[in-house]
Design a protein around this ligand. Structure first.
Ligand SMILES: [Zn+2]
Length: 236
């Protein structure tokens, strides 16, 4: 029933141009998974910006030491720049690799921009932004990603419909962005993380080792566990 309601709203938004959505929290974009209770979903992006070589090894080691699973949204450019790291992360069952696009573009069907990054211009370009990275990840890992998160996490409603129904992927939104593109001080990352509630998808970055994200997470994640939350991978 919930699915039917979601599709109804997607259809409505598409039929009435005034409602044509553009944003991070459109219907069809998952930000919270209600079952099971007290689960939290840490998702970490590797965006592969220019100069995006490397990743936060200390953050990954911290997650391993504390057995905190994380779903990793990886861009094609990051995979190409970091093939060994990608293979190592993909082989670790603590992590799950999902699709963060080919060129890190907002998911538009008419070229709308977010954070001054121009989105894809058409349905065909949107598919070109997603499918080659699905194929790349499948070839390298033997598993096809089932979740997509666009560059900037922005979508228009037609893009949402294409991703859900034509590409048959789920869309990973977020309940809380913990580090605002890896730009926040550790205290702020910690404060945001501590606002997490049952089922929330949390978004941060693992491709920016010089950011304060790691220090904030190192403090917050064990405290959330102490409060009874259980970190889980996004379900297939
Ligand atoms: Zn990104």
């Amino acid at each position: 029933m919930k699915k039917v309601i979601t599709y109804f709203f997607i259809l409505l938004f598409n039929l009435i141009p005034a409602f044509a959505g553009w944003g991070e929290h459109l219907p069809g974009v998952t930000r919270n998974i209600p079952e099971p209770e007290n689960a939290l979903y840490l998702t970490l992006d590797a965006c592969g910006n220019i100069g995006g070589k490397g990743y936060d090894k200390k953050l990954i080691q911290f997650l391993r030491d504390n057995e905190i699973p994380a779903t990793l949204f990886v861009n094609s450019r990051w995979i190409d720049a970091n093939p060994d790291a990608f293979a190592e992360l993909a082989a670790d069952t603590l992590f799950k690799i999902e699709n963060h696009g080919v060129n890190h573009k907002p998911a538009s069907t008419r070229g709308r921009s977010a954070y001054e990054i121009k989105g894809t211009e058409s349905v065909e370009r949107l598919i070109d932004e997603i499918v080659p990275n699905t194929e790349k990840i499948t070839k390298l890992t033997g598993r096809a990603p089932t979740w997509y998160r666009s560059g900037t996490a922005y979508y228009d409603s037609e893009a949402v419909e294409v991703i859900l129904t034509r590409l048959n992927m789920k869309i990973a939104g977020f309940a809380i962005t913990l580090d605002a593109g890896a730009s926040l001080p550790a205290a702020q990352v910690y404060e945001y993380a501590m606002m997490a509630r049952s089922g929330d998808i949390l978004l941060a970055h693992f491709n920016q080792p010089r950011s304060d994200t790691r220090e904030g997470l190192k403090k917050a994640l064990p405290e959330l566990k102490k409060r009874g939350y259980v970190f889980m991978l996004l379900p297939d």
